[in-house]
Design a binder for this molecule. Structure first.
Ligand SMILES: Cc1ncc(COP(=O)(O)O)c(C=O)c1O
Length: 395
């Protein structure tokens, strides 16, 4: 049980963050760092990056994994290598990097609404957004839940569009039993510190297409072929050796990370069950998920308080839960100014952005922390219901 909220003292002395990094075996990490220093090979596709790429490709059952300095650059390079131009259809209910990766290259993100159950891009709404300028679709496997890949592929085939998946959340997740990584023309992972598997900062493009992989490798290394021949424009998207060292070490602990996440997810689900108006979102039990995101949906009418009021009260207790994602990209600049009425076509996104938030999980929190967070949520929601119906006894 958490102690009752006191006005001045937060319930948690130290902030409890969402996305505190999962860190694998320190001794192995240090041994690899020493090896890297002995190698005197710090970047430019050294032995650790090559090993990491091959392990990620094997894990995701895909031919090519091209390690990158972060997920955003990986998206930008994949978009460019795929030849996307003009307009690309993308959900607004995502982290803003998905849209920025397009706009950064002066490609217009055309925001599509999402399915209310999976919260991923709604294929039923994609076709009405296609214009002569449309060159592609980017689906986001939000919280590791796969997009409706078959439906998206069928649309792409009908309209000759490229398909890229932002799989930043989806390492170790599946679609119809097949591990995410090989779908569409390419998929992009993020290994940011807050992600299920981190390389401090990092990302990767995954593809089964040899020619595309070669183009991506060129682009991530200034367009170099060989030591002094540049055959096209490129940038610097390379992953550093130290990042691969972290990634390789964390990969060895991946089962432990999923195990902790699963346990926490069920503890939250059971502990918050029965609170009117609150629901911990479940993952499809037929699919694999890394359970990195514990998403709570608040129905303010029933709960007696809004998502924002609940988040504010939890944050005052040092439970730094996050509104992932709020607001939708279409309400952020520059998109808000470009498309002031975009929300009219995004009713599901608009509603979700007001209802959901995520709770701390991962290996940095323990069962006792979670028990206390559950106690706080119960306490705040009970008080809110009492305040609304003072004459009613509230369980
Ligand atoms: C859905 C999504 N796409 C892209 C990114 C960008 O990845 P990175 O932070 O590695 O650049 C993130 C997270 O940061 C994300 O959550």
């Amino acid at each position: 049980m958490s102690r009752p909220a006191e006005p001045h003292l937060p319930s948690f002395a130290e902030p409890l963050h969402v996305g505190r990094p999962n860190i694998g075996d320190r001794d192995k990490l240090m041994a690899r760092i020493n090896q890297m220093l002995d190698n005197r090979w710090l970047t430019n596709r050294g032995p650790f990056v090559r090993e990491f790429e091959s392990k990620i490709a094997e894990y995701c059952q895909v031919k090519h994994a091209i390690a990158m300095c972060n997920g955003t650059i990986a998206l930008e390079i994949a978009i460019r290598a795929l030849g996307m131009t003009g307009e690309v259809i993308v959900p607004s209910f995502t982290f803003v990097a998905t849209a920025h990766a397009l706009q950064w290259q002066e490609i217009t993100p055309v925001f599509c609404d999402v399915d209310p159950v999976t919260c991923t891009i709604d294929p039923a709404r994609i076709e009405q957004l296609i214009t002569p300028r449309t060159t592609g679709i980017i689906g986001v496997h939000l919280w590791g839940q796969a997009c409706d890949i078959d439906a998206i592929d069928a649309i792409a085939r009908r309209h000759d569009l490229k398909v890229l998946y932002d799989a930043a959340h989806a390492l170790g997740c599946s679609y119809r039993g097949q591990v995410i990584g090989r779908f569409g023309d390419a998929e992009v992972l993020s290994f940011h510190a807050t992600k299920f598997l981190n390389t401090f900062e990092g990302g990767a493009v995954l593809t089964n297409n040899d020619a595309l992989a070669e183009r991506i490798r060129l682009m991530q290394n200034f367009g170099f072929r060989g030591h002094d021949t540049v055959i096209d424009i490129g940038t610097n998207g390379k992953m550093a050796e130290i990042c691969a060292v972290m990634g390789l070490t964390n990969l060895e602990s991946i089962d432990e990370f999923v195990g902790a996440n699963r346990r926490h997810h069920s503890q939250y689900r059971d502990g918050l069950a029965g609170i009117p108006g609150l629901r911990v979102r479940d993952y499809d039990p037929r699919e694999q998920n890394n359970h990195q995101y514990v998403i709570v949906d608040v129905d303010a009418e029933v709960a007696g308080l809004t998502r924002d009021a609940l988040v504010e009260q939890l944050q005052a207790q040092n439970v730094l839960c996050r509104r992932y994602f709020h607001p939708g990209c279409h309400r952020m600049e520059p998109y808000r100014s470009y498309f002031p009425n975009a929300g009219l076509l995004l009713p599901v996104t608009e509603a979700l952005c007001e209802r959901i938030f995520s709770l701390p999980t991962g290996t940095a929190v323990d069962d006792e922390d979670i028990g206390r967070v559950i106690g706080l949520v119960r306490d705040f929601t009970t008080r809110a219901r009492r305040a609304r119906h003072p004459a009613t006894r509230v369980a």
